[in-house]
Design a protein around this ligand. Structure first.
Ligand code: CMC
Length: 387
């Protein structure tokens, strides 16, 4: 644990949740009793949403009812589309997403209705609309026309259909994106979930909670690490440069860190990173780039770091973001879309946490204390003067 207890809330239990369990010492992630290795590649994103929200895997009719609901909510209010299309084209996509979700709340006349029925509808509405906001901003900034969603496509397929400008994606790409969504859907008391839970605890509305979460996910220590990790691998550029960058990462006077490495909870290999590494190999082989230079740099960097005393002693392993950027890049996504994709998937978790809290009659506002340094300092001086 860090020596400064005021930094980073390490070890503090901030909530009780039934949703997911991050078992950092053994490197396991559990959604509602199911190990992530059982789920990734075997169930789709919609089933994961159902599992997180209702505590069990859906049967066929439950799944089909959920899918029908999500499809019915895909249409964005025209005001939100107009707003997205009025943003500067060089807006950072995560900022556009944050603005778009906040705007959805302004155009939803039921945003302040906290009855259980309304909460349930809004939960599914946001899950259905966040990918559309992401895709529409992407099309707009590229100067391409917006495309209508296809009701026969699942969430991952429809997203790819939209960003491809109305062309259906290959099954392999849909399955890979779907699996990425499953891997990213929830992750215990991570920073963005924590931020949204603080917002929810004040009894604020769901749009505000998701907006808080998006702003928090954006940072490179959290969801922004996927983009930062790919940028770092590109900067390293060649396996011969790895030792220099390893030394920089170890140097206390150098702010450089290995992006996509380390985790507050995992003191073992991140199970999502294992799945992502395998997927990365498969995607690159599929597109005939199994000897991709950036993948070689990543593999060699991991190998060297895992044998280095610094990383061994501090228990620093690759996390999910180390391989997700290379995978998404190989699938044709621009790097600025990596973190928005993380947000699309994590919305399932944010909203499941929101429901869990809202339905808890014992909810209390989140209000920690601070150490008032100036006051302590003054008192110390008074005491010195008295002496
Ligand atoms: N490269 C080099 N040194 C590192 C790294 C790294 N990636 N991560 C941690 N350390 C060192 C750190 O300098 C510290 O050393 P010392 O004890 O000598 O001061 C020690 O390891 C403990 O690190 P910390 O920063 O106190 O750990 P934390 O729990 O506060 O931070 C972290 C966790 C994930 C923010 C951090 O490991 C990091 O910045 N990693 C790079 C960014 C990254 O990949 N983030 C994605 C996290 S996983 C997905 C998600 O949650 O979004």
């Amino acid at each position: 644990m860090s020596s400064d207890a005021t930094k980073g809330l390490e070890g503090i239990v901030a909530a009780k949740t039934y949703l997911s369990d991050v078992r950092g010492d053994v490197g396991e992630l559990i959604y509602r009793g199911y190990d992530i290795n059982q789920l990734a590649g075997n169930i789709g994103y919609e089933e994961t949403v159902y599992l997180l929200h209702y505590g069990k895997l859906p049967n066929q009719s439950e799944l089909s009812a959920l899918k029908t609901k999500l499809v019915s909510y895909r249409q964005l209010p025209q005001g939100v589309i107009d707003l997205i299309q009025s943003l500067p084209k060089d807006t950072v996509p995560m900022n556009a997403l944050r603005t778009g979700i906040s705007a959805l709340g302004c155009f939803d006349s039921s945003s302040e209705d906290n009855s259980p029925e309304s909460l349930q509808e809004k939960a599914l509405k946001i899950i259905a609309q966040i990918p559309i906001v992401t895709a529409y901003f992407h099309l707009y900034r590229q100067g391409r026309p917006l495309v209508e969603s296809r009701p026969d496509l699942n969430e991952a397929a429809n997203f790819l259909y939209l960003i491809n400008g109305g062309t259906e994606a290959e099954k392999d790409s849909v399955d890979t994106l779907d699996m990425c969504y499953v891997l990213h859907a929830d992750h215990g008391m991570n920073a963005s979930t924590f931020a949204s839970r603080v917002t929810v605890a004040t009894l604020s509305d769901i749009y505000s909670a998701v907006t808080s979460a998006i702003g928090t996910l954006k940072g490179p220590l959290h969801g922004g690490a996927n983009e930062a990790a790919l940028n770092m691998l590109r900067e390293i550029g060649d396996v011969k440069n790895i030792p220099k960058f390893i030394e920089k990462a170890k140097d206390k006077n150098d702010p450089f860190k290995l992006m996509g490495f380390g985790h507050r909870v995992y003191k073992n290999y991140d199970p999502r990173a294992k799945v992502m590494q395998k997927t990365c190999h498969e995607v690159l082989a599929e597109i005939g780039k199994k000897d991709d230079k950036i993948l070689q740099v990543a593999l060699e960097l991991e190998k060297i770091a895992l044998k280095d005393d610094y990383f061994i002693e501090k228990k620093l392993y690759p996390n999910i973001d180390f391989y997700s950027g290379i995978t998404l890049n190989a699938m044709g996504f621009p790097s600025t879309m990596f973190t928005p994709l993380f947000a699309v998937a994590r919305t399932a978790g944010w909203i499941a946490h929101w429901k869990e809290m809202y339905l808890d009659p014992k909810n209390r506002i989140g209000r920690p204390r601070q150490l008032s340094v100036s006051y302590t300092h003054l008192r110390a001086h008074e005491t010195e003067a008295d002496l």
